[in-house]
Design a protein around this ligand. Structure first.
Ligand code: ADP
Ligand code: MG
Length: 388
């Protein structure tokens, strides 16, 4: 029998592995991006929230300089010495864990005289499904060590540490959206990130107050062109910015679109138009939430999806079908989420329609002979915390 991860189960696994009880247990959540796609590397606005699915990290003290890590999700445990903590030495899943320790050192934490730790990880964030299990594991480890080692780093500093670990120890060239959501999120709130300003702001979502649920529809289409497509979109954005004479696309707004159209080739113009309008949609979503509540943001979600489908061209037929079917069956709004070329779509739906919309999407996929999607709800939840 597989134990369902929890604080108690993680502590029990720790004791089973290491033969003594942990000193404490911390956890950090995965995330969903409500709106603001491909805007992060253009110095723009993103608006994710932390979800209830979490990764737990139990910690125990050692006398020597060894770091050990085990995970319920992985067959093999890992160990490394604090004296051999270079990114080139870190491989496989434990790079997400030990990479955080390395990144703490890069951030200025003195690791030289410090004893090692034993770590036990457990998670109910699905790995590689676009809910950012990677940020969940990094942020759980970072908060745990910040507390255990009494480092006194702020959560914003821990965001940078975890991003550095993911960029340099793991080698994934991502922005800081995932780590910000995981460390800064609060129950029933979205985290509005302004990448250019380096600032974040919590915005109430009121989904539950309005009897709304957030449905994730994982198409299970793997991101076959994700790496190449992501790189190509980044290159288009950089080219567009250079040709417009700005340091980033954030410097351009909707009023500039006629001038942009007159300057750029047709395809680059559409790529740039997605970024420019998506930034505006993030700002409009936050303003609309504040003024009128979540039932009023449906059109913005729809416009975001259309922009990714037609201008940025990162959708796939399965994502388009999930979005169209959800909306046709009563969703307030829906859009693909994440980098594109596969992955998941989200739909904001009245509570009483959750099952009907899920059934309709399953049926529509069966009709088209698509692989059955994995459909579940997520709840905007508290960010990283100490649990025990
Ligand atoms: P995502 O962040 O969308 O889930 P990534 O590819 O960025 O996908 O990160 C998934 C990887 O992170 C896994 O393949 C594994 O190496 C590592 N990982 C995440 N969670 C855990 C965990 N609980 N235990 C061990 N490794 C994990
Ligand atoms: Mg990830």
């Amino acid at each position: 029998m597989i134990a369902i991860p929890s604080v108690a189960a993680t502590a029990a696994s720790f004791e089973q592995h290491y033969g003594y009880p942990p000193h404490g247990v911390w956890s950090a959540p995965g995330r969903v991006n409500l709106i603001g796609e491909h805007t992060d590397y253009n110095q723009g606005l993103v608006f994710p929230f932390a979800i209830e699915r979490r990764t737990w990290c139990a910690v125990g003290h050692r006398e020597d300089r060894i770091l050990r890590a085990a995970s319920g999700a992985m067959p093999d445990a890992a160990e490394v010495s604090l004296d051999e903590l270079g990114p080139e030495q870190l491989q496989g899943w434990s790079a997400y864990v030990f990479g955080v320790v390395w990144a703490l050192g890069q951030h200025g934490v003195d690791l030289s005289g410090r004893p090692g730790v034993d770590l036990e990880l457990a998670s109910d964030v699905p790995l590689g499904a676009g809910l950012s299990s990677s940020a969940a594991i990094e942020c759980a480890v970072a908060l745990a060590l910040n507390d255990e080692w009494e480092l006194g780093l702020t959560r914003e500093q821990l965001v940078s540490v975890c991003q550095l670990a993911e960029n340099k120890a793991v080698g994934a060239p991502t922005g800081n959206m995932d780590q910000s959501a995981s460390l800064l999120g609060q129950a029933d709130h979205g985290v509005l990130l302004d990448v250019r300003a380096g600032s974040s702001e919590l915005v109430p979502l009121h989904f539950a107050d309005e009897d709304l649920a957030l449905l994730v529809m994982d198409t299970r289409v793997s991101h076959a062109h994700a790496d190449g497509g992501y790189g190509a979109r980044r290159a288009s954005c950089e080219r567009g910015a250079a040709q417009m004479g700005v340091t980033s696309l954030r410097e351009l707004g909707p009023d500039d679109l006629p001038r942009i159209a007159a300057t750029l080739d047709e395809e680059t113009f559409r790529r740039v138009r997605h970024i420019v309008t998506e930034n505006q949609r993030v700002a409009d979503t936050v303003a609309t939430l504040r003024a009128s509540g979540p039932r009023a943001i449906g059109d913005l979600l729809a416009a975001s999806h259309a922009s990714m489908r037609d201008d940025f061209e990162i959708s796939v037929p399965e994502l388009d079908l999930a979005v169209a079917t959800a909306v046709a069956n009563g969703a307030i709004g829906a859009r693909m989420t994440g980098g594109g070329f596969g992955g998941a779509a989200i739909a904001l739906v009245p509570h009483n329609l959750v099952d009907a919309i899920g059934d309709a999407v399953h049926e529509a996929f069966a009709d088209r002979h698509f692989t059955q999607p994995n459909i579940f709800t997520v709840v905007p939840s508290q960010g990283a915390r100490r649990d025990a």
